[in-house]
Ligand binder design. Structure first.
Ligand SMILES: [Zn+2]
Length: 259
């Protein structure tokens, strides 16, 4: 797993940097962006670029935040998923504009260029998968429930059946294991399914390394992780963290096929 700072080179890139987005590319034809808290209009505790309609924020503010992200990425359409911590994957085969149309899914896949897919997160791991040919892209959202439900394998399967050639992945920011102690019951369930995600804190408490778990699940299925956006959401104030703040917003990892 190599680490990288996404860089930008396009016009959309400089707009994105102004609005606090981190931009990168993946394979031949996929661009991705990770949003931060900066550049939006939401008030505390959702300040400022909250992209979720499911956390109690003002829907008008969320709509404006989404419009800004779309413009910064140079996209005409972005589909934001309404995650359920399961493993349902939705195919997005046409542009969707309205927040009311957020699909209930933990992963989305598309082969349509210029349609952005956005996985929301606030400690969980957002990730994107594509093929080297750049004919398909998917995003997913994975916490410990998602690891147990098999969301990583579901996203990989959805890409693989549409892919030409080997698969590549990018992993976004997430809570680190030092900040994510869990109960013995959760640790035991995770270790049985994804051993790489179950670790111990220096004090010996059970903890989860969600990114290591997602990385291992991708690797097991032959997917090479070529981009990692560093940062612990709990420690890095640029990001939203549910565990740190409770009632708060959600950032996103967006990915799209270049039009
Ligand atoms: Zn941390």
């Amino acid at each position: 797993m190599s680490s990288t700072s996404p860089t930008s080179s396009s016009k959309a890139g400089s707009a994105a940097q102004r609005s606090g987005l981190l931009l990168g590319s993946l394979g031949a034809a996929v661009r991705f962006a990770v949003t931060t808290r900066a550049g939006g209009v939401s008030r505390a505790p959702y300040d400022t670029l909250n992209l979720s309609t499911a956390v109690g924020d003002d829907p008008i503010a969320v709509a404006e935040n989404r419009r800004r992200v779309k413009a910064s990425c140079g996209l005409r359409s972005v589909c934001f998923q309404y995650a359920e911590h399961g493993a349902h994957i939705e195919e997005i085969d046409f542009p969707r504009a309205s927040a009311a149309a957020d699909p209930v899914a933990d992963g989305m896949v598309t082969t349509v260029p210029g349609v952005g897919l956005a996985a929301l997160a606030g400690d969980c791991v957002p990730f994107a998968v594509t093929d080297v040919g750049g004919g398909v892209v998917a995003v997913g959202h994975c916490g410990w429930r998602g690891l147990l439900a098999g969301v990583v394998e579901a996203v990989v399967d959805a890409v693989r059946v549409r892919a030409k050639g080997p698969l590549l992945a990018a992993i976004g920011p997430a809570i680190c294991s030092a900040c994510y102690p869990v109960g013995e019951d959760v640790a035991a369930r995770v270790v049985a399914k994804v051993p790489a995600a179950a670790v111990r804190t220096p004090e010996g408490r059970p903890a989860l390394d969600l990114r290591a778990g997602v990385d291992a699940e991708l690797g097991l299925r032959g997917v090479e992780v070529t981009r990692v956006v560093a940062g612990c959401t709990y420690e890095d104030p640029r990001f939203f963290s549910h565990r740190r703040d409770g009632r708060t917003g959600r950032h996103a990892l967006l990915a799209w096929l270049e039009a």
